[in-house]
Write a protein that binds this ligand. Structure first.
Ligand SMILES: Cc1cc2nc3c(=O)[nH]c(=O)nc-3n(C[C@H](O)[C@H](O)[C@H](O)COP(=O)(O)O)c2cc1C
Ligand SMILES: [Fe+2]
Ligand SMILES: [Fe+2]
Length: 400
């Protein structure tokens, strides 16, 4: 337990040994599951809870921040992902009168997380306030940061914003406050990694979240992971970074990368021809060709996800597409792939499943797969290459 301001306490749990979060994220600096207690003269609120595995420790920590023998009156959940809500069922067993405040979406998720179907949740409206006695909590709608359920809570008198995952980092140092941070560079690495993995697919919502914070007077920002950020130390920097990382790119040259795999060069030759056709329509396009196995997968994933359109060429081996194609497409940002124009081409020998299976993945991503697909048996002839170029041109025309 740590006192952050008069009547405001940090009751977070440190998890320095975590190395993977939510399957998709490496967390070399561990994490913390931050929670906070706000004590007014009349009522006490707990903001966020903790991961289920920390339930017992969390309750001990919480007891230290509460007036002797008292229960918290309110539990504010800005977001219900189980890293913050996993121990709520146990918390409610211990404090049956605890009143939960959350958004409409959160109220539904929380029932399915606690498996308490008749769980009562006070569903908050944007701008609604809760009086604790000399401490006023204001709830601010901030959806899709990064689930539909998310919101912010602002403590007006102390100018403290509880932002849950927003501006958080999977990072763990015992000092809690940014002013006590020892390894600043490591923290900055964690902040960026967190942004990329958690908020990368939600950039329009990040911009809305930043706009929501902009008019507030914030002296301290309390996220649900990593250090508490204060004005004059790291708060301004974190806000500036989020602004930079989420900014809309100005419409410049079209980005149309071409990815392929090849064993004998046939699909590679088709890739060159398709590129030539695309460049006829968009001479300035960023339209490079990438043999997937020769490049760093993360770099290719960034090109794929940042593209305006893309093309994929996949040979067939043993009645299937090849693993590097699946790996690349497995990392596609499915949230933002819908309607992305995609063209498919390939050389095959006799059955051509590489083609069909790649198309299936593109369709499941809801890409706008160019209706014509370009297949050649074995070695493309000069006529095939000319046709591939025309195919590339028609594809480019279709995305104008
Ligand atoms: C090990 C191996 C297995 C193959 N299996 C299939 C197959 O199951 N069905 C098919 O249509 N073609 C199959 N092929 C043929 C290739 O898809 C064909 O040779 C194609 O032209 C290769 O394109 P590339 O030059 O871009 O590697 C196979 C080729 C190899 C080398
Ligand atoms: Fe989350
Ligand atoms: Fe989280």
């Amino acid at each position: 337990m740590k006192n952050l301001a008069d009547g405001v306490y940090f009751t977070g749990m440190l998890n320095p040994n975590m190395r993977v979060f939510d399957v998709i994220m490496r967390t070399e600096y561990g994490t913390s599951y931050n929670s906070y207690v706000v004590r007014g003269t009349q009522k006490t609120a707990l903001i966020e809870a903790a991961h289920r595995s920390f339930s017992a420790l969390f309750q001990e920590e919480l007891a230290q921040a509460l007036p002797q023998g008292c229960a918290p009156d309110y539990l504010i959940l800005n977001h219900t992902e189980p890293d913050h809500s996993g121990c709520v069922a146990e918390l409610l067993e211990r404090f049956p009168k605890l009143e939960v405040f959350a958004t409409q979406a959160a109220s539904v998720y929380l029932k399915n997380i606690t498996n308490i179907p008749d769980l009562r949740v006070h569903v908050v409206k944007d701008g609604e306030t809760l009086e604790l006695g000399g401490k006023t909590l204001r709830f601010l709608s901030a959806p899709f940061l990064h689930w539909p359920d998310s919101m912010f809570t602002y403590l007006e008198e102390d100018k403290i914003l509880f932002s849950c995952d927003f501006l958080g980092a999977h990072y763990c140092e015992p000092g809690v406050l940014d002013t006590h941070l020892v390894y600043r560079k490591a923290y900055e690495d964690a902040l960026k990694n967190y942004f990329d993995c958690i908020f990368g697919p939600f950039q329009p919502w990040v911009r809305k979240g930043l706009a929501k914070i902009a008019p507030l007077d914030v002296d301290m920002l309390c996220p649900s992971h990593g250090p508490v950020l204060t004005r004059g130390c790291l708060l301004e920097n974190a806000l500036a970074q989020y602004t930079l990382w989420s900014r809309e790119e100005s419409a410049g040259a079209k980005k149309i990368p071409i990815f392929y795999c090849t064993a004998y060069g046939n699909t590679a030759a088709l890739a060159e021809a398709v590129r030539g056709g695309i460049l006829r329509v968009f001479p300035d396009a960023q339209c490079k060709i990438y043999n997937i196995i020769e490049h760093d997968l993360d770099a290719l994933v960034a090109l794929l996800n940042g593209s305006d359109a893309f093309a994929v060429g996949c040979l067939t081996i043993n009645r299937d597409a090849v693993p590097p194609i699946y790996s690349l497409l497995a990392h596609a940002d499915a949230i933002n792939m819908a309607k992305r124009p995609a063209a498919l081409f390939a050389s095959y020998g006799w059955s051509g499943e590489g083609f069909a299976n790649t198309a299936a993945r593109l369709n499941s991503l809801k890409c706008r797969v160019f209706e014509e697909q370009f297949k050649v048996t074995l070695v493309p002839t000069a006529a095939d290459l000319a046709a591939a170029a025309d195919f590339g041109e028609r594809f480019a025309d279709s995305i104008c």
